[in-house]
Design a protein around this ligand. Sequence first.
Ligand code: FES
Length: 82
Amino acid sequence: MIVCSCNAISDTDIHAAIDWMRAADPRTIITPGKVYHALGKRPDCGGCMPLFLSTMRKNDNLEVPAELRGLRETLRKRKSHT
Ligand code: FES
């Protein structure tokens, strides 16, 4: 299904870009801008953004893995206990 008609970006393209970015860097924050960039495109009218975001949110790889979330806080607590 085409999500962004200005750039002919499909939901499959978005999921592939997210999966690729997550595999390349488990800690990266994935944004719509990064998805466009990974696909070699730039947003134009922005009319697709609500559907673009909802498509992104359906991908299980969108969020940083739980074991990496709060890492800075965990490290700070460990330092304060030593
Ligand atoms: S429909 Fe996506 S930028 Fe226009």
